[in-house]
Design a protein around this ligand. Structure first.
Ligand code: SF4
Length: 962
């Protein structure tokens, strides 16, 4: 063995939970079978990894200096301390609460060894432990302590929790009890969400875990799994080379061994969970196959043999239908092909060492476009907010685009204006052409995609950019933004316009303000302006207007994303003979590019060393564009058209009708929240909801009000519905579990991908004669092949899980058939979107047209104005209010006791009474409660009682969450 440490640190334990790999532990402790070029030696650490470390160090430094400012910090010398040294340091500090930094100690090996021996295992040795902070609180008879680790990540992870649990375990032995009591909790201290350079650390960002909850699983890992793993011979360790291995110091060794040994890791992008499914399949096949294999095959050969014979496929499909189905999906095989031998392109890529085309239709990468816009983004992981520091936008066009440069580059803060310039120029140009050209935006990786979306959202909320620029960018690049606009703008505007036209006297400026928001001309006389508004209102309300909006929506659903993530599309359509995982340079080389494509590391190295990154980013964009061309060529050599769609013309619709800065931001935020939920749904639907639970239909029974269908759960999991559930939300989609990509099935897109959530998201089902037309506006395939479903009950029936559903759909829709499989996936249900948007819009109009103070705005602009009055009588008045409230409650209670029925409903519950008392004693009360419990939000003016001035109540803006 080469290079083992024969000890493990808490960081190694955390890394194990990140990589989910026993071999990582084994190699770290015992060393590798052969010398592996280690990436972990300091002088070989890449600049990118160094930047990530640096961010962690910077966050810790910032946190310590803040604690110091708060006079809460005690720094001890960073030498390995004994328990008694630590005790002495604590006893010498007379503060009631403080945090110790710089602690390092040797774990109490004797105590740990004893625990291993009690567990009947060989002891494992541990290296020096360095928790970031130890919180000390002085209590009556001693001290309570708690371990805290500072992590510069977005959320607390299991790996972090294991690390702090281990520190806590050690300190229990080092700090003598009962003087020192562990707090039974430990915490991860995360940086403020919007950057620790801008915001101070906060105790609210301490993510605390109850160590007793971790006691069983982590002890099981430490005292059973870990010693067992380390005491096995090397070749008995189970491991799988997969995309999560990125960053492990043993990658080159594992990559080589995966190929040599024909392991599952010799295929690309097979996750740990997927490998487990394939392993199960191979083991099942070994069990049920009669062949006595004298020379065991490799994993890859096993899989090729299984799928190479029709009888194997049939046998395994009958015995293990769910595993077989999952395996086929992982290996890109048609799911319903039961009998025929098949060849998986993914297995074949590994066997033949050649690229293979995956014979699946691709709906998310266009077959062609007239204008391709490729965006490369460079982020600095060491910066407090990991923001974009540089970008390059390259435009490749088959049509002449005067005044659009082929490349635009700049620093992160110029990204929005540069993108807006490109979008606006294309829009202006396309208006002049007889047919609209198609335009498609591309980024390479999912990380760039989410960085772009986050950057746009943050820019919109920070108001640091010209409004028009940000609106153009979101409208053109945020998936679903135009859907929101076509769905809700007519509803909002027509409601508000009717109100506007029906109300008394209006001045010209009022009409102009409304027209301006609608994007219409503000020129003309007052009568002309009024007529223009009336015409627009009529358009919204006419059938033709509605149909046009529906048509626009249909174009967006189930089609090409506004920004295509090219790496994802390459993975969807091509299988590479690259073990584990690959990235841009490997992909470019694989597709025949002889030149060196700049890697992420190279880009970041250039950035930190102060060299210009723009040339590198420009080159990167050229490689991305060439990969797109190669991908299309590879796929189009096949007879069938696997790339189904052609890119759409550019459009940039986004609802932006509020003017007041704060209301506009809230209006944006409401839309972003809906878009985030929609994009999660769409991501799964385009692939046919692979993780959706599969149900087998059994029979139908008459429920209390409607027919209820009984299914059995075949795979996946479902949440049990609330026991007191009375309302039927129909919040799931139920479709027959066909293989949509099977050429035999004749289907195109998965049915769910064509479902328009927004069209019916705020409707109560079953629909009535007024709302039914909204269902009829859904795609014909949806009406025919999809049911809305509501889970009424989940019970255990013998060894099976019985699921009872109510369904709703078109009369000529799908008929449930006994023994058939159906999949169940969520839909967007939200009754509040249009209400919240309307309220914000109405407030915005009121603010502009009426000369009144709007308390809701006042709450944002000048919250201090709500603090108590200086009037010396105010406390007396408040006391009187509170007494009145108490008297009223008492009265209603007494009346209820006397059997006066109407009084019963007026008796407040304890929580409602508390809220009411707060309202009576304060000028402003915000009440946040579950549906049905929220009673009111009231602005109480000091000089009037609530009943005398009911109009002083603030319009209620609230969101309900179940
Ligand atoms: S490269 Fe992957 S499989 Fe190999 S030791 Fe590291 S985590 Fe485990």
């Amino acid at each position: 063995m080469v290079g083992g440490k024969n000890t493990l640190s808490a960081t190694n334990l955390a890394a194990y939970h990140h990589f989910n790999c026993d071999l990582y532990l084994y190699n770290t402790y015992h060393g590798t079978a052969q010398q592996t070029p280690s990436k972990s030696t300091p002088n070989q650490v890449s600049e990118l990894s160094r930047a990530q470390f640096q961010r962690g160090i910077d966050w810790e430094t910032r946190l310590l200096s803040w604690l110091n400012e708060q006079q809460l910090l005690l720094t001890v010398p960073s030498v390995a301390l004994r328990g008694e040294d630590l005790v002495e340091n604590i006893l010498n500090d007379d503060r009631d609460r403080f945090f110790i930094s710089g602690i390092s100690f040797a774990p109490p090996q004797d105590d740990l060894d004893r625990l291993y021996i009690e567990a009947g295992r060989e002891p494992v040795k541990f290296g020096v432990a360095k928790p970031d902070l130890l919180e000390i609180r002085r209590v009556e008879n001693g001290f309570v302590w708690k371990v805290i680790d500072a992590k510069a990540s977005k959320s607390a992870k299991t790996s972090h929790q294991v690390q702090i649990y281990f520190y806590t375990l050690c300190l229990r032995y080092l700090l003598p009890q009962p003087l020192f009591q562990p707090a039974n909790t430990a915490s991860i201290w995360l940086p403020p969400a919007h950057g620790f350079d801008l915001y101070s650390p906060s105790f609210d960002d301490l993510k605390t875990i109850d160590t007793s909850l971790f006691h069983f699983p982590v002890d099981d890992f430490l005292f059973r799994h870990l010693p067992k793993t380390l005491s096995q011979p090397r070749n008995a360790i189970s491991w799988h080379f997969n995309p999560m291995c990125k960053g492990c110091p043993f990658t080159s060794d594992c990559k080589e061994q995966s190929t040599k040994q024909g392991r599952l890791g010799s295929m690309s992008n097979i996750s740990f969970g997927e490998a487990r499914v394939l392993k199960n399949l191979i083991e099942s096949w070994h069990e049920c196959s009669s062949s006595d294999l004298k020379h065991p095959l490799t994993d890859i050969e096993d899989l090729a043999t299984i799928f190479g014979k029709g009888e194997n496929v049939q046998k395994l499909t009958s015995a293990y239908p769910i595993t077989m189905r999952k395996a086929k999906r992982i290996l890109a095989l048609p799911a319903r092909n039961r009998m025929r031998p098949t060849t998986s392109p993914i297995i074949e890529a590994s066997r033949t060492k050649k690229i293979q085309v995956i014979q699946h239709r691709n709906y998310s990468c266009p077959r062609r476009e007239d204008i391709s816009v490729v965006i490369s983004l460079l982020q600095d992981p060491s910066s407090p907010s990991s923001d974009i520091v540089s970008f390059c936008i390259s435009i490749f066009s088959s049509i002449t685009l005067p005044s659009v440069p082929s490349v635009l580059q700049g620093d992160g803060f110029e990204l929005v204006s540069s993108l807006a310039f490109v979008i606006e120029t294309i829009l202006l140009h396309q208006e002049k052409l007889p047919t609209l050209p198609s335009t498609q935006f591309y980024v390479w990786s999912s990380a760039e995609h989410s960085a772009l979306q986050t950057h746009l959202i943050n820019s919109a909320l920070a108001s640091s950019h010209i409004t028009r620029d940000i609106r153009l960018c979101i409208g053109a690049l945020a998936q679903g933004a135009s859907l929101l606009q076509t769905t809700f703008q007519p509803v909002l505007l027509s409601g508000v316009l009717m109100d506007f036209l029906s109300k008394g006297r209006r001045v010209k400026a009022d009409f102009q303000s409304i027209l301006d928001r609608m994007g219409l001309s503000t020129e003309g006389t007052i009568n002309q302006l009024k007529q223009r508004i009336q015409d627009e209102l009529q358009k919204y309300q006419s059938d033709a207007g509605r149909q046009e909006a529906e048509e626009q929506r249909r174009k967006e659903i189930g089609h090409i994303p506004r920004v295509v993530v090219l790496k994802r599309e390459v993975e969807r359509s091509l299988a590479f003979p690259i073990p584990g995982f690959w990235d841009l340079p490997e992909c470019a080389a694989m597709l025949g590019n002889s030149e060196d494509c700049p890697s992420e590391e190279a880009l970041f190295d250039a950035y930190v060393t102060g060299s210009s990154v723009w040339k590198l980013l420009e080159d990167r964009n050229k490689f991305v564009y060439e990969i797109l061309g190669s991908l299309r060529r590879q796929v189009s050599t096949n007879e069938s058209h696997l790339f189904v769609n052609i890119a759409n013309p550019l459009s940039a619709y986004f609802m932006d009708i509020c003017r007041e800065e704060h209301l506009r931001k809230l209006f944006y935020m409401q839309q972003f929240e809906v878009l985030a939920r929609l994009s999660e749904l769409w991501k799964a639907r385009i692939d046919g909801c692979p993780e959706a639970p599969i149900l087998e239909y059994s029979d139908t029974q008459q429920g209390r009000q409607r027919a209820e269908h009984v299914f059995y759960l075949m795979s996946g999991s479902l949440d049990t519905p609330a026991s007191e559930k009375e309302k039927t939300m129909f919040d799931y989609l139920l479709v027959k579990d066909d293989d949509y990509d099977d050429p035999d099935s004749g289907n195109n897109l998965p049915v769910e991908a064509l479902f328009d959530d927004l069209g019916v998201s705020g409707l109560v089902f079953p629909l009535n004669r007024f709302t039914r037309s909204r269902w009829e506006a859904q795609h014909a395939i949806v009406q025919k092949g999809l049911l809305l479903a509501d889970i009424r009950d989940i019970t255990v029936d013998g060894s099976r899980t019985k699921v009872t559903l109510q369904t709703w759909g078109s009369g000529n829709g799908i008929r449930l058939t006994k023994g058939t499989h159906y999949r169940l996936s969520p839909r967007l249900v939200d009754f509040n979107i249009s209400k919240v948007l309307s309220t914000l819009f109405e407030l915005d109009l009121r603010r502009e047209s009426e000369d009144v103070a709007i308390p809701f705005l006042q709450l944002m602009l000048d919250p201090k104005s709500f603090k108590g009055s200086d009037d010396p009588d105010s406390s007396k008045i408040q006391a009187a209010f509170r007494q009145t409230g108490t008297d009223l409650q008492k009265l209603f209670r007494e009346l209820t006791g006397l059997g006066v029925e109407p009084a019963t409903v007026l008796v407040l519950k304890a929580s409602q009474n508390r809220a009411a008392q707060h309202i009576l004693g304060n000028r402003l009360t915000v009440i946040w409660g579950p549906p049905g419990q929220l009673i009111m939000l009231t602005y109480q003016c000091q000089t009037f009682t609530i009943t005398q001035e009911p109009e002083r109540r603030i319009p209620l803006l609230c969101r309900f969450y179940d």
